[in-house]
Design a protein around this ligand. Structure first.
Ligand code: NAD
Ligand code: UPG
Length: 440
């Protein structure tokens, strides 16, 4: 099939590359000329395991193309995906300007019947807006071209995006015509080897499914963080409680790791957007609001532990930080707990030495560009030299089983603040450390 993907970020580039891998001819579009130029030169603008190799292979096989010209990309396409950002607007709602700008360009340039698929995460009712925007442009052109708008939310996780896309738990398709359902099923069928996992529904329910899924997962995390905070105060161990409740199949083990709060480009903005959607429709979403409040507070839990240990004024102190990305396996720092911790430490007069295997450039260029008291190191052990304590915020594999003798030798004080409970099985107290974790 001939496909265009508009927006070549985490979702667009991964989806486009995986569709190409299945033998489709895919053109990825972006308005960011630098991004497209890099892609044309074989430079992948984001870090996502396995992506580079797959992009290069499909470019070589002439299944995958890049352009800044949407009109050219859709001239031969049967399906066009909208995969641009829907960032948080000032009032917490999803900002639809990029989605609607793409819809306008599609209406201005389409030359044949098209299925327009919304893959971006968008508020319920957005498909109607996309439809109206395209139709308005067609009307201006006095064109009677047919098109359908489909909602096909994306559920991939950064760091595991290729796997999630190639072997999806389900593909949700919201549409209002058999033609659209059929074409979408043809496109996705190759991804299901044993049995299909299509879930078809009306468009609004598909749009809502995405917000409900992310908010459910965020709720599990905030719930567990709240339990962890109570555990600490009553002398229980959240690590044990996690196993205790996860073993109940109705609860399950996934997404109940207590930690330094959820970050990333999706949970924070989607939880906020759903709260706003509810509000705009006359419903106060108390539970969802609490999920967000618990998370906001959780991002600073490690800072509070540091203050409790060292006092309010941290001037003259240096903290070694392992991990900047919001999770392992990505260079993405959107809403990463590290941003909040670094700023809080800096506010209290402390310096930070930081190392992350992939996210240092992102930190320098965007997310911590205003931080004045941070030094970036080229290895995890360099961070420790002259630091008063170590803080772990992202559980990259290379941090999971470090040399504790080396850590003890290098740090000024043998103190570890573990924001991901990675070292709770290492008997650090017996090894002479002061060890602080979440929920114990
Ligand atoms: N990142 C994820 O893990 C993930 C997973 C599922 C769903 N989503 C959703 O998918 C959408 C995209 O997220 P992302 O993380 O890929 O965003 P991103 O910021 O990484 O990429 C968006 C891209 O769209 C481009 N763009 C903006 N306007 C454009 C236009 N008019 N024409 C062409 N390109 C344009 C930008 O330059 C950028 O490269 C969001 O709605 C997000 O909520 C993201
Ligand atoms: O038990 C857990 C699991 C995750 N997290 C944190 O939650 C955040 C999000 O993690 P994850 O869901 O793995 O990453 P994302 O790439 O943000 O993926 C989420 O957001 C995407 C964008 O909408 C969806 O497509 C995915 O299905 C959904 O998992 C990270 O900060 C994690 O550290 C925890 O604190 N505890």
């Amino acid at each position: 099939m001939n496909i265009a993907i508009v927006g070549s970020g985490y979702v667009g580039l991964v989806s486009g590359t995986c569709f190409a891998e299945m033998g489709n001819k895919v053109t990825c579009v972006d308005i960011d000329q630098k991004k497209i130029q890099k892609l044309e030169e074989g430079i992948i603008p984001i870090f996502e395991p396995g992506l580079e190799q797959m992009v290069l292979k499909n470019v070589k096989n002439k299944n995958l193309f890049f352009t800044t010209k949407l009109g050219e990309a859709i001239s031969d396409a049967e399906i066009v995906f909208i995969a641009v950002g829907t960032p948080m607007g000032d009032d917490g709602s999803a900002d639809l300007q990029y989605v609607l700008a793409v819809a306008k360009s599609i209406g201005e340039t389409m030359q044949k019947r098209l299925i327009v698929v919304d893959k971006s995460t968008v508020p319920i009712g957005t498909a109607d807006k996309v439809k109206a925007t395209i139709q308005a442009e067609l009307d201006k052109r006095e064109s009677d071209l047919e098109f359908s708008v489909v909602s096909n939310p994306e559920f991939l996780k950064e760091g595991a995006a290729i796997d999630d896309f190639m072997k999806p738990d389900r593909v949700v398709i919201g549409a209002d015509s058999d033609y659209a359902f059929d074409l979408m099923k043809q496109l996705y069928s190759p991804f299901f080897r044993t049995h299909d996992r299509f879930i078809t529904m009306d468009i609004r329910s598909a749009e809502m499914t995405k917000y409900a899924a992310n908010t459910m997962l965020a709720t599990k995390i905030s719930f567990m963080n709240e339990i962890a905070n109570i555990c600490e105060r009553v002398g229980a161990d959240a690590n044990m409680v996690r196993i205790g409740i996860g073993s109940d199949k109705r609860i399950g083990y996934s997404f109940i790791y207590p930690g330094a709060g959820y970050g990333g480009s999706c949970f924070p903005k989607d939880v906020k957007a759903l709260k706003k959607i509810a509000e705009e429709n006359g419903y106060k979403a108390n539970l969802i609001e609490s999920v967000e409040n618990v998370n906001d507070a959780q991002k600073l839990v490690i800072a509070h532990k540091i203050v409790k240990r060292f006092g309010e004024d941290l001037s003259g102190m240096t903290f070694g930080l392992w991990g900047l990305a919001f999770k392992p396996g990505t260079d993405d720092m959107r809403e990463a707990p590290a941003i909040y911790i670094v700023k809080e430490l800096e506010k209290r007069g402390a310096k930070v030495k930081a190392y992350d295997p992939k996210a240092i450039e992102e930190a320098k260029e965007f997310y911590l560009k205003d931080a004045k008291n941070i030094t970036y190191c080229s290895s995890k052990y360099e961070v420790l030299q002259g630091s008063d304590a170590l803080i772990l915020l992202t559980e990259w594999k290379e941090f999971r089983s470090p040399d504790f003798v080396e850590i003890k030798q290098q740090l000024k004080n043998p103190i570890i603040f573990d924001g991901r409970n990675q070292y709770n099985a290492f008997n650090l107290e017996e090894k002479g450390f002061e060890y602080f974790q979440i929920g114990k």
